[in-house]
Design a protein around this ligand. Structure first.
Ligand code: GTP
Ligand code: SPV
Ligand code: MN
Length: 596
């Protein structure tokens, strides 16, 4: 397909404007075909950016620039017309000024490069919940990853021709090539010249200067969360940073659960876990994003808008997440910022293999015990969801799956128990609004620092988060709604020696079982000041060696610890001023009172 084949006047004019501004050497339309994919990957190998692996099949190894390794929240902006619509948790720039700046930045930005046009669908293309986008990019790495992570195909042009809305996504690595200038393996711009910008009112995304992950694969965080959260607010649905899993009990009863944990806090792991308790089964619908709409029966139906997993590699092994390992081992995967063994096998921290020597993600020789990490902590694999051995057969069902429970959680060394059930929807929204987690390597920032990350959406909400809380409350008041129950979970409690109190991973199935049985009305709870905790003996701990004193910490209420959190919650709420719904103030006062 040629550029001249694109007939839709809006699309055509938009594309032409950017082509004229960016002055690429070539323009190519991506059709999502294997032939095009292989061709691009081969070009990347020839250019020295990709290394083709012997195994898994049809897979590649790639290292980014050392300064372009994760999402850059400090360089991410919401360009709403009014600053207060971006809210206190987002960086803001005036949309007119930002576009004027881009008119300079993008001038000739793709010189020496190819401008790729990627038509993509978020969600199965025929799903009533799906939405479409067109991404322009000058990065073949982005094209290849988008082909795994989204549904790329020319049918999207037909949908647009028939009047479907599309999100306009523009991306450049921001590194034009002068005549005769040699390229580098991972072109990008310096940190202070990266811009990840969103124009919620016009449903546009413009990203400049980074080639990594959520900064560049614009279907993911930029569209499916930041822009989609605004669409969801306007249209009465939910776009959330949530995994979706299918849980089947030994009697064959099925329930679907969605869980919001911040970046690198265990979504991929939970979504494809192998339960340790006999007879229970977990299957995957999605591992990072959920779009949910009410069905006629009043239930919330969720789809996974993505087509692949962009998963954290370090920590992933046959022991911790065997199904992720099996997925990538089937091939067709990209490994970014891992290490590579002398004989050409990818490796990362906690990988099952035990190599003596390898070449680390910074191209330096590495030997076992040298004290350095071999892979970047935010090294990632990109791999097709359809290859996951436990992908649920209905994962592409256009109508989505009905959600029984929402889980919120994060990394909390102290205070927060293993599982806590919200007293009601409003209390659940309070739990979501007061989520906090220790920071991970998924974003550039201070590792381990505790920060509030409401609904795991702090970096991803495309509008004022006070209004977002209101939206969640409004969802709870939807007429005829059969609302999911809400839980706050924490796999990450530690003892004073810094050791995990809870074994996590497959053992988290015990908590899923309790939640399932709460939904069925068969498990008992005890009401406490902070919520409903498992009643003595109602959480299945059979065969698990967790000492009684650790169990007490995991399943108890640390009243003093909770009291100490109250002023922090007050400060957190104060940020939102009068955009904070009164219901949340009320919830905080009620918690205070219950704690005594
Ligand atoms: P994003 O893709 O960044 O949104 O992250 P995610 O939420 O999907 O996180 P993921 O499942 O990739 O987990 C990130 C890290 O947490 C990995 O290193 C895991 O090994 C570790 N992890 C996951 N689940 C558990 C758990 O139950 N206990 C412990 N201790 N670590 C876990
Ligand atoms: C996250 O950081 O939550 C991710 C990875 O899922 S990225 O796509 O880079 O945002
Ligand atoms: Mn994520």
């Amino acid at each position: 397909m040629q550029l001249s084949d694109i007939k839709n006047p809006t699309l055509k004019a938009w594309l032409q404007t950017w082509i004229d501004l960016c002055t690429p050497d070539n323009v190519m339309i991506c059709d999502g075909s294997q032939a095009q994919y292989d061709d691009l990957a081969n070009q990347m190998v020839k250019a020295g950016s990709f290394i083709k692996l012997d195994e898994p099949v049809n897979s590649y190894f790639v290292r980014s620039d050392p300064g372009d390794v994760a999402r850059v929240e400090g360089r991410t902006y919401i360009c709403s017309r009014k600053k207060e619509d971006a809210g206190p948790t987002n960086n803001w720039k005036d949309p007119v000024e930002m576009k004027a700046e881009f008119n300079q930045l993008f001038k000739g930005a793709m010189k020496g490069r190819t401008l790729y046009i990627i038509p993509f669908s978020m969600g199965p293309i025929e799903s009533p919940i799906a939405k479409y986008g067109i991404e322009i990019t000058d990065s073949a790495y982005v094209v290849i990853n988008m082909c795994i992570m989204t549904r790329v195909g020319l049918e999207v042009f037909n949908k647009i021709d028939k009047g479907a809305e599309f999100v306009k996504c523009v991306h450049s690595v921001g590194a034009p090539l002068a005549d005769g200038q040699a390229d580098v393996p991972w072109p990008c711009a310096p940190m202070d010249n990266k811009y990840i910008t969103h124009f919620p009112e016009t449903r546009e995304i413009i990203s400049f200067g980074s080639g990594y992950g959520g900064n560049a694969l614009l279907g993911k965080k930029c569209f499916a969360l930041r822009i989609a959260s605004v669409q969801a607010r306007d249209e009465g649905w939910l776009a959330e940073h949530m995994l979706i899993l299918k849980l089947t009990n030994p009697a064959g009863v099925v329930r679907y659960i969605a869980a919001a944990f911040p970046s690198a806090c265990g979504k991929t792991n939970l979504a494809m876990m192998e339960p340790t308790i006999p007879g229970w089964k977990v299957e995957t619908i999605g591992d990072d994003i959920a779009w949910m709409k009410f069905g006629e029966d009043g239930q919330l139906y969720a789809i996974n808008p993505e087509n692949g997993f962009f998963g954290v590699a370090p920590g992933t092994s046959m022991h911790s997440n065997p199904n992720a390992m099996r997925t990538v081992n089937r091939g067709n995967s990209i490994f970014t910022n891992a290490a590579i063994t002398i004989d050409g096998k990818v490796w990362w921290e906690d990988h099952d293999a035990n190599p003596e020597f390898l070449i680390d993600w910074l191209r330096r020789p590495w030997s076992k015990g040298c004290g350095r990490k071999a892979a970047h902590p935010n090294a990632r694999f990109t791999t097709p969801a359809a290859q996951c051995p436990v992908i649920a057969p209905e994962w592409e069902d256009p109508k989505g799956v009905p959600i029984s429970a929402f889980l919120f959680g994060g990394r909390r060394k102290t205070v927060v128990p293993l599982v806590n059930e919200a007293l009601d929807w409003e209390h659940g929204v309070f739990m979501g609004a007061t989520m906090a987690s220790e920071m991970t390597a998924a974003a550039v920032g201070v590792l381990g620092q505790l920060r509030f990350d409401p609904f795991a959406m702090l970096p991803f909400c495309g509008y004022n988060m006070g209004d977002y809380f209101k939206h969640w409350l409004k969802i709870g008041a939807y007429k005829g709604a059969k609302l999911p129950k809400i839980y706050y979970v924490n796999w990450f409690r530690k003892n004073d020696d810094g050791k995990w109190l809870w074994p996590g991973y497959g053992e988290n199935s015990r908590v899923l079982k309790w939640i399932f049985e709460r939904c069925e009305g068969t498990a008992a709870c005890k009401q406490t000041a902070i919520g409903n905790l498992p009643a003595e003996g109602s959480l299945d701990l059979k065969g698990l060696k967790v000492p009684a004193e650790d169990q007490a910490l995991l399943l108890g209420v640390d009243t003093e610890g909770w009291k100490a959190l109250l002023p922090q919650i007050e400060d957190h709420f104060a940020k939102f001023g009068d955009r904070l719904p009164a219901e949340l103030h009320k919830q905080l006062e009620a918690l205070k009172k219950r704690l005594g």
